[in-house]
Design a protein around this ligand. Structure first.
Ligand SMILES: [Zn+2]
Length: 255
């Protein structure tokens, strides 16, 4: 079986502002709720397919505002994490999750080894390769990028309200995260916390490890509570906040 994606689906990965002047490379693995045509609905209701289990609402819009405000580059996955979660390695069950929060995903319940391979080749490999190529090219030109992965999370999870508004997540390299938490602590504009509502133990630092840590690059993962970025006004307010937070943090690191 070759090729999951049809011509109508288009490419799996999108790149914006490749020649950006800022070192910041924004990465959005959960940008889209779209499923490849051939996958149908995975047996899910329209409600589930538009919910946070399919994508990170608001994350791509915030990234696109940051592309302009800080002149950053952006690489994002054009298909839903229900087809393949690009922040997980192929061997992880969570790469094609059979259950997400309270939703069972029938189309992911019993995936054969060959279908796992097809999805991996169609969605994960091109995403991984685009990141690798971008980073290698920037390093070769003497401008190593700073990796910032952008996510949003649901305000209510398994029936429990979450108070944290912005999570600053890191794996073993916490240089940038430490600066951002220190800068955020001065203004107290949002409830900003370290490694919440997820952390490395939840497997969410896959992209940071593969592309940041292994290349010795500054890196951080940002998690925004999605009720703050559901409309354009909220997205603009958050993007302005992050523009300042990233700018001040990176400036203090380069001193
Ligand atoms: Zn996410």
């Amino acid at each position: 079986m070759t090729g999951l994606l049809t011509e109508a689906d288009g490419a799996p990965v999108a790149v914006e502002n490749r020649e950006a002047s800022s070192p910041v490379l924004l990465i959005c693995e959960h940008a889209s709720r779209r499923l490849p045509e051939k996958m149908g609905t995975l047996g899910l209701s329209p409600e589930a397919l538009s919910s946070h289990i399919a994508w990170d609402p608001g994350a791509l819009s915030v990234c696109q505002l940051l592309v302009r405000s800080i002149d950053a580059a952006l690489i994002y996955q054009r298909f839903s994490r229900l087809a393949y979660d690009c922040n997980r390695p192929p061997e992880a069950e969570a790469a094609m999750p059979p259950v997400s929060e309270v939703f069972e995903i029938p189309g992911n319940a019993a995936i054969s080894a060959s279908e796992r391979r097809v999805r991996t080749e169609a969605l994960y490999v091109p995403f991984r390769d685009e990141l690798e190529d971008f980073i290698a090219a920037r390093k070769a030109s003497g401008r190593p990028p700073v990796l910032v992965t952008m996510h949003t999370f649901t305000p209510v999870y398994h029936g429990r309200q979450r108070d944290v508004e912005v999570g600053i997540l890191h794996d073993t390299d916490k240089r940038l995260a430490d600066r951002m938490l220190s800068v955020a602590g001065k203004t107290k504009r949002y409830d900003v916390r370290r490694n919440e509502p997820y952390g490395p133990a939840d497997g969410v630092t896959h992209t940071l490890i593969e592309h940041g840590l292994k290349n010795g690059l500054l890196n951080v993962m940002i998690e925004i509570r999605n009720d703050l970025v559901l409309d354009e006004v909220g997205q603009k307010v958050m993007a302005d906040y992050l523009t300042g937070l990233l700018g001040e943090s990176l400036a203090s690191l380069s001193q």
